[in-house]
Design a protein around this ligand. Structure first.
Ligand code: NG6
Ligand code: CA
Length: 485
């Protein structure tokens, strides 16, 4: 194995375990993602650390469980950066080993130190550039949150200084002179089903208010092409040196507005269309690697941050047009849920000529990428949450994690040990009614045996109190471990 292969992580947003044809979808076709399996290992038991975005991304980049930080939750667009400047990170690992590191796409981990409100019209301190990326071209939070602008490094792209940007999340209606999704439904090209009724940008109601920055606003339909072009340029510019690219796709998160080419491309409506668009992006970036003859010197990982959801706040008909497609495959729950549908995600590790293509059921977590790549680069790191699973990723060993830890939407613990999965009790709502999702929240403990019950229907917590207690002990140990960042 070349000691310094390039590494590309392609990270989808809200793509489910059952959303890819290589994971069993029959109503959606994803030929480009599928073809990664020809040179790679498709993992059936891979997890993110959370059923929502920010904590999952935090873990992937820091190698830490979300519980190591006291504020890892879905962030507004003007939140402070959750990753401290002195925190050891995946991009820092690569950078320290002579790689050029880049991030293209969704960030959603906050910007600035949070000491004062962000001034969007000046270069911002504490961005991805301060946590290990040499360059970044991002949007700050999610596609449905303001500010709807791109960032290149520390600056908003295409900003006209005579039209400064203001962003507000706290006040109720800070810019009464501007239309909002709530007041001006006639201006919307995509209506909200819940929330998403603050600022209107590109005919879409968003979360949060913004004013100004007209020349800098993105068009949702152009997001895919814009990010793809940046990712391709990054590969072009780094073809002669080791590089790490984190290509954080915005699909299939809401609002789902694909480019013209993909609008109407599938029979599943907007959600199917943006998945098709996402798949195309994967094919394009693979073609770029091929063009430069880099495939047998590049590890490509494809995964998703959390489970899927049909209606996440816009009336885009995802639910009615879904037909028989099961975005979570055989799993229960979905985005926001503590059941496996929220946290078990597609994960393909592709490395042409270096791994023997196969399907692996070893248990792995995205938090393990830090330590696994540290092992690849012969670098000792202090982190204990992240485990070295390089031999598993390379297909040389089947020994995945003994114990897997994830964190539910409201900070409760989820633990998997072998085939057992434990979901801590809590008093939150068991269902998001408007979203049709079972959050998995119950005022009693849940314990399932995935081997006979992949759909987590038969609660064995009472019957198997010995195992329940054993798993509780493991959670206690993890939570009380002293972790060095
Ligand atoms: C929720 C939003 C949802 C989505 C999610 C974050 C509403 C009603 N819902 O609060 O649309 O943006 O946050 O998704 O506003 S994530 O994938 O980034 O975690
Ligand atoms: Ca997400």
């Amino acid at each position: 194995m070349n000691s310094k292969p390039n590494v590309v992580i392609i990270y989808a947003d809200d793509l489910g375990y059952g959303d890819l044809s290589c994971y069993g979808a029959s109503d959606i076709e994803t030929p480009n993602v599928d073809s990664l399996c020809q040179d790679g290992i498709r993992f059936t038991d891979a997890y993110s650390t959370s059923p929502v975005c920010t904590p999952a991304r935090f873990s992937l980049l820091t190698g830490l469980y979300p519980c190591r930080h006291n504020n890892v939750k879905i962030l507004p667009g003007d939140a402070k950066c959750l990753i401290e400047k002195d925190c050891y990170t995946l991009p820092k690992l690569f950078k320290d080993n002579g790689y050029h590191t880049g991030l293209v796409g969704k960030w959603h981990l906050g910007l600035s130190d949070g000491e004062k409100p962000i001034d969007w019209n000046k270069p911002i301190d504490h961005t991805p550039l301060d946590v290990g990326f040499d360059e970044c071209f991002i949007f700050p939070a999610t596609a449905d949150r303001v500010p709807c602008v791109y960032f290149d490094g520390r600056n908003v792209v295409n900003l006209d200084e005579n039209d400064p940007i203001e962003v507000q999340y706290c006040k109720k209606n800070p810019f009464p002179e501007l239309p909002t999704g709530k007041k001006n439904k006639n201006l919307l090209k995509l209506r909200a089903s819940h929330g998403h009724n603050n600022a209107i940008v590109n005919g879409v109601g968003r979360i949060g208010f913004m004013k100004g920055g007209k020349s800098a606003l993105w068009k949702d339909e152009d997001l895919a092409q814009t990010f793809l072009d940046k990712a391709k340029t990054f590969v072009d510019e780094n073809k002669n040196n080791p590089f790490f690219l984190f290509y954080a796709l915005h699909q299939p998160h809401v609002p789902r507005l694909p480019s013209k080419k993909f609008a109407g491309a599938t029979k599943l409506g907007a959600r199917g269309d943006v998945i098709a668009e996402m798949d195309w992006c994967v094919g394009e970036i693979m073609d770029k690697l091929k063009e430069h003859n880099l495939l047998d010197n590049t590890i490509v990982i494809f995964s998703s941050d959390n489970g899927p959801i049909l209606d996440d706040g816009y009336a885009d008909k995802a639910r009615v047009l879904n037909g028989n497609h099961r975005p979570t495959g055989p799993l229960r729950g979905g985005k926001y849920s503590k059941y496996d549908g929220g946290i078990r995600i597609p994960f393909i590790f592709s490395y042409k000529g270096k791994v023997t293509p196969c399907v692996s059921n070893s248990v792995i977590s995205q938090v393990d990428l830090l330590n696994s790549f540290a092992a690849m680069l012969n670098t000792e790191i202090p982190n204990k949450d992240s485990q070295n699973l390089l031999p598993v990723l390379m297909g040389e060993s089947q020994k995945g994690r003994d114990v897997l830890y994830a964190q539910g939407y409201n900070d409760t613990s989820i633990l998997r040990k072998k085939d057992w999965i434990y979901i801590e009790s809590d008093h939150d709502t068991p269902f998001f009614l408007e979203k049709g999702i079972d959050t998995g929240s119950r005022f009693y403990t849940q314990l399932f045996c995935l081997k006979d019950d992949i759909g987590e229907r038969k609660n064995l917590a009472k019957k198997n109190s010995k195992i329940r207690k054993e798993l509780e002990q493991e959670i206690y140990k993890i939570k009380n471990e002293n972790i060095i960042k």
